[in-house]
Each structure stands twice: as structure tokens, then as C-alpha cells.
Write a protein that binds this ligand. Sequence first.
Ligand code: FES
Length: 106
Amino acid sequence: MPTVYFIDADGNQFEAEADSGTNVMEAAVDNFIDGIVGECGGVLSCATCHCYVDEKWQAKLDPPSEQEEDMLDMAVEPKDNSRLSCQIELTDELDGLVVHLPKTQF
Ligand code: FES
């Protein structure tokens, strides 16, 4: 069961365990992590699951799809390491994943 570490804009760290096959947005929402909203439930139509993937983990993730790239344009303050957390499927290889939370989703 992978553990994801969420670090908020103030540097506070929260951890969440989630089953492989779920995604980072679900891990956050199911564990009441503030900062990930996931308004559309993971169907790539809201960008309220925006996060910044820690640099050490970026190479371990598949690149975003074109549709995800388009939705990231709707995110608040997107950066090079921005991802939509609903599109990051958790696997055992991602145990320990670190993502940073934006200051706001709106
Ligand atoms: Fe809506 Fe990820 S939850 S795009």
C-alpha cells in the first residue's frame, strides 16, 4: 500500500496511505488532506486536484497526457512540475511519493 506525502504551502507535511490502482487525488480526499479538492471526481474537467510533484519523483511518473496538459492551463500558478493528482495512478513503485500542495485551487 503506497504512502503519499503531501507538503502544504507552509511546509507542513501530511501522509496518506492508499491502495495501488487508486490515484493521488483519491488518496488526498479519502484522508481529508486540505488543498486537494477533486471537484470533478477525477474525470479531467476541473483542475482542482492540481499539485506540484517533488523534483526527486518527477522522472518516476509517466508524462501527462495532452488532455491533462490542456487542463493544467486552468490551474492556479502552474509550474513545470505541475500535475493533476487524479491522473497520477498509485503503484507500489510510487511508495513514498512527495507532492507539494498549491496555496489555493481557485
Ligand atoms: Fe478534476 Fe482531477 S479531480 S481534474
